[in-house]
Design a binder for this molecule. Structure first.
Ligand SMILES: [Zn+2]
Length: 193
């Protein structure tokens, strides 16, 4: 268990779904924490990315101009992410271009940051364990003592709870929302504001 997740309330994730290209792993993890369905595979080739995005109606996130030109050409949805901007600026740009006006706090924790699986609330004694492991192998004793709300990824089994980085994520969400409220973009994802 490397980090504790942040859970307030599990809600239905926003409808827009993303597919991040190999260079955008950190952004992909953040979008998942915010509750957005976000595929990320560092090994995926451009052809594969385009195919999956078209089949699953996903917005492709890329900093690669060549790939972005192909996205526009075939009529897929994409957002060209700047290679030079800060991560906050990139996230604001992506959310604006996708017509998302607020990240809010409610969606946080609805996706596993590692694998994009959905999270389900679980009582600690109901957390599914591997036969060879105790729950203590996944959740430190100190955490068990002080927390009573846990969530588990339905795909990879990772366990989340309200952790110390709650404030960090909350601050990021607050900054994002302030930016999004400041100026909204209603154009489609492949055109400029
Ligand atoms: Zn997972």
């Amino acid at each position: 268990m490397k980090y504790a997740g942040v859970i307030r309330q599990v809600q239905k994730a926003p409808r827009v779904a993303f597919l991040a290209d190999a260079m955008l792993g950190s952004i992909a993890r953040k979008l998942r924490v915010f509750g957005f369905d976000t595929l990320y595979n560092a090994q995926a080739h451009d052809d594969e990315i385009l195919k999956i995005a078209m089949e699953q109606d996903r917005v492709i996130l890329t900093a690669d101009k060549e790939l972005f030109n192909r996205i526009v050409k075939i009529g897929a949805h994409g957002v060209l992410v700047s290679g030079d901007a800060s991560e906050l600026e990139d996230l604001v740009h992506i959310l604006r271009k996708s017509g998302i006006k607020s990240v809010g706090m409610d969606g946080i924790g609805s996706r596993c940051s590692v694998c994009n699986g959905s999270l389900k609330e679980r009582r600690l004694d109901r957390v599914k364990k591997n036969d060879d492991n105790n729950v203590e192998d996944f959740v430190p004793e100190r955490v068990i003592a002080y927390h009573n709300q846990f969530f588990q990824c339905t795909a990879c089994g990772k366990i989340y709870w309200e952790g110390s980085h709650l404030k960090r994520i909350t601050d990021l969400v607050r900054k994002l929302d302030a930016e999004l409220i400041g100026r909204t973009c209603t154009t489609t994802t492949t055109t400029s504001c």
